[in-house]
Design a protein around this ligand. Structure first.
Ligand SMILES: Nc1ncnc2c1ncn2[C@@H]1O[C@H](COP(=O)(O)OP(=O)(O)OP(=O)(O)O)[C@@H](O)[C@H]1O
Ligand SMILES: [Mg+2]
Length: 237
């Protein structure tokens, strides 16, 4: 089991009150699966992903990732940190505006003590269909689709086992969206990855997922298997 979550709760402080955002969810994802979370804005999807990425230390419950038990406040290090990568909802926000793309690639390599090598980066870019010369550009000099490809290429650079995809295509127009989703499916097969995908788009979920769950107000209220997904998820809003 790559993701094994039991009774996860997340609360945020709001003045003197606690805001209960994730209310006891269970999530079990096998190696090689694409599992998706679907739900309305604000229901808690990104919060769940941020816990799994190790970006949100305050939670309660039982979590095991890649067969390792995780504790609240734990810093993800070593293989765990390397093997769980996230593509964020807004690729603009995840790329530093004053850093050239080359730096976005060299920094994760440095963190994991992997020697910087131009070939590795060129290959990572080539597999998402980008020319090598984008490394010399700044994020604002790329299109939205190109920025999202950069974010995906960077996440794949460390060859993670688990890729967390938070609305990876919602900012893109339909044709670019389809291209990136197909690319993600191809890369998943090539690299034998597991995906946890967040989307509010029922068609995207149906196209990508082995299983999915509907999140409503911090809870998983419905589960869909492949057969249910093939019939389409009709009602969401
Ligand atoms: N750091 C934080 N502090 C306080 N409240 C937060 C924090 N992060 C998220 N929230 C709140 O938690 C709730 C869930 O947020 P989350 O980002 O998980 O929603 P989401 O399902 O990803 O929504 P969207 O589809 O709009 O991205 C929201 O009400 C949000 O305002
Ligand atoms: Mg979100």
């Amino acid at each position: 089991m790559l993701i094994d979550i039991h009774d996860l709760h997340v609360q945020f402080e709001q003045g003197k009150q606690a805001k209960h955002v994730v209310k006891g969810i269970n999530l079990h994802v096998q190696q090689g699966e694409t599992f998706s979370l679907i739900g309305r804005s604000g229901c808690g999807k990104s919060t769940v992903l941020r816990v799994i990425a190790g970006l949100l230390p305050h939670w309660q419950g039982n979590i095991s990732l890649l067969e390792q038990t995780i504790k609240p406040q734990q810093r993800f290090q070593g293989t765990l940190r390397r093997n769980i990568q996230m593509v964020f909802q807004d690729p603009y926000a995840s790329l530093h505006p004053q850093h050239r793309i080359e730096r976005a690639f060299s920094e994760p390599l440095k963190i994991h003590h992997i020697p910087f090598d131009k070939n590795t980066i060129e290959q990572a870019l080539a597999q998402v269909g980008l020319p090598a010369d984008v490394t010399s550009r700044y994020p604002h000099q790329l299109s939205g689709g190109q920025r999202q490809r950069v974010a995906i290429a960077r996440a794949l650079l460390l060859q993670p086992q688990l890729l967390l995809l938070d609305e990876p295509t919602s900012a893109l127009d339909m044709s670019v969206q389809a291209e990136i989703l197909n690319l993600l499916n191809t890369l998943k097969k090539e690299h034998n990855m597991t995906y946890l995908l967040v989307s509010h788009d029922a068609d995207v979920i149906a196209h990508m997922s082995d299983r999915a769950a509907l999140m409503e107000n911090g809870e998983l209220t419905q589960h869909y298997d492949r057969e249910a997904l093939s019939k389409g998820i009709h009602r969401l809003d």
